[in-house]
Design a protein around this ligand. Structure first.
Ligand code: GLN
Length: 490
């Protein structure tokens, strides 16, 4: 492998425009690197070499004519939750096995319009439910990072395949979806930048639904600038998604590198958990110091309902999931298991097609929405959600951005948490609040822990203020000077 794949998206698109490298050359190299890594990392669920090479050749033709978009010619990996026309799209679930959409999700269409080249589909937790990418029907994804640990680590989840593929330099950017942290937590575990914009900034159309009021499609980038370029291309109003924002998309890339002097950075006391590992507290304090040195004003803030966020999330998300997943009945998509009558076809199909975690969520969701329990659980969770939104509104009277750790640990071993759903759910403790409130949030690599594993810091800003998020993210990136890469063993 040449060093081409190590370049960032912004570097490689510059080289492509200068015609120093062709898209076909890049795509060919990325395909062979991805295929060579697949037995070890298991990050991919589908390739379509003809499609990749055709898109790359089309990009080369545009570049030769001096045309092309911001991402022209760069190979990108796509989470298996996004419909890509003619390519297997399964949400890493048996129930969607064999499904090849005849349409393209709005987000991937926008990426292709900006010149991105489809490289492969990436593995994920089944239907995006999970924090470790261990529930995929194709088996766990492996984190390219091992640090000094023995054995394989998870890349986090649910967008683990996209995070692993990018961290291993197998693509120049990738997509994820973040419903409770599924972009930011895997970004933190793999030393990549992971972003979700304001709710509605990126369209959900053509993205397999998990919990519609919480689902945020977003990018993984090698750098803050790369992630800004990707979010820029992915964002915009889509009449096909009724919750898509009509607002004009600001210039995210221009916000990268803008001075953060004078910005007020909120540090929420509720995020300082008793059981938080010391190394995470340390990197957080370090982040505060970096921003102070860059001229920010640090303010203590309170987000008093934080402790109710996780329980509320694990009611709202399964409730919406149980409703969204009702459509998988063996009639319209994927597999069907026969039975004696219609009801048993439904039951057999769903029992065989959904994995254990998905079935658990459907049961929880159905329960909290049922007559008699609706008020006690679902309605109450929605009220908590409003309080969390108010917490952020109040905090933003005092600050412009909030700084927290991205996740309560670094990458953990495959199999170490999969027996205990509650322990797995705790991974999202720092991330779910931003989904419940719909505000932009990102994870930026800030350092390595004593096992040599990446740790991320999270930046959360006001709705529609991704620009401040990117400016603060870039300031952290600059100060951290994080350029560690996993040692290649795959
Ligand atoms: N880990 C969380 C869950 O299991 C979040 C998943 C996500 O953001 N898609 O629900």
């Amino acid at each position: 492998m040449s060093d081409l794949l190590k370049l960032s998206l912004s570097e490689v698109t510059t080289k492509l425009k200068a015609r120093e490298v062709s898209s076909v050359e890049l795509a060919t190299e990325a395909l062979s690197a991805a295929k060579a890594a697949q037995p070890a990392l298991n990050a991919f669920t589908a390739f379509d070499v003809d499609k990749t090479l055709a898109m790359a050749a089309a990009s080369d033709a545009k570049l030769a004519a001096g045309e092309g978009g911001a991402l022209e010619g760069a190979p990108l990996a796509i989470k298996d939750l996004f419909a890509v026309e003619g390519v297997s799209t399964t949400a890493s679930s048996n129930i969607l096995k064999g499904f090849e959409p005849t349409y393209e999700s709005t987000v991937t269409k926008s990426l292709w319009n900006a010149g991105g080249v489809f490289l492969a589909k990436t593995s994920m937790d089944e239907f995006a439910m999970g924090s470790s990418n261990e529930t995929a029907n194709t088996g766990p994804v492996v984190n390219p990072w091992k640090g000094t640990t023995d054995g394989n680590l998870t890349p986090g989840g649910s967008s683990g395949g996209s995070a692993s593929a990018l961290a291993a330099d197998l693509c120049f950017g990738s997509t994820g979806t973040d419903t409770g942290g599924s972009i930011r937590q895997p970004a933190s575990f793999t030393g990549t930048v992971g972003v979700k914009g304001t709710y509605g900034r990126t369209s959900r159309w053509g993205v397999v639904a998990f919990a519609s009021s919480l689902d945020h499609p977003g990018p993984f980038g090698k750098t803050v600038k790369d992630s800004a370029m990707l979010l820029q291309a992915m964002s915009g109003h889509d009449p096909k998604d009724s919750t898509s924002l009509p607002n004009a998309v600001p210039d995210f890339v221009a916000a990268v590198g803008k001075s953060v002097k004078g910005l007020r950075i909120g540090v929420p006391k509720e995020y300082r958990l008793d059981e938080m590992p010391e190394e995470i507290a340390k990197v957080w304090d370090q982040g505060v110091q970096w921003l102070k040195a860059a001229g920010c004003e640090i303010v203590d803030i309170s987000l008093p309902h934080t402790k109710y966020a996780l329980p509320a999330y694990y009611i709202v998300a399964p409730a919406e999931a149980s409703s969204n997943l009702a459509r998988y009945d063996g009639m319209r998509f994927g597999v069907r298991q026969d039975g004696e009558d219609l009801t048993s076809v439904y039951e057999n199909t769903r029992a065989a097609g959904f994995g254990e975690e998905v079935q658990r969520r459907i049961m929880i969701g159905t329960y909290v929405l049922s007559a008699g329990y609706y008020d006690a659980y679902y309605l109450r969770a929605q009220k908590v959600r409003t309080r969390i939104l108010q917490d952020f509104d109040n905090a933003y009277q005092k600050c412009d951005a909030i700084l927290t750790p991205s996740a309560p640990s670094s990458a953990f071993g495959i199999g170490t948490k999969s027996d205990d759903p509650i322990e797995m759910y705790l991974n999202d403790v720092f991330t779910v609040t931003a989904n419940l409130a719909g505000v932009p949030a990102m994870s930026v690599p800030a350092g390595l822990d004593s096992s040599g594993l990446p740790l991320g810091l999270q930046i959360i800003t006001k709705a529609l203020d991704e620009e401040t998020m990117f400016s603060v993210g870039a300031a952290i990136e600059d100060a951290a000077g994080f350029n560690a890469k996993p040692e290649k063993w795959w």
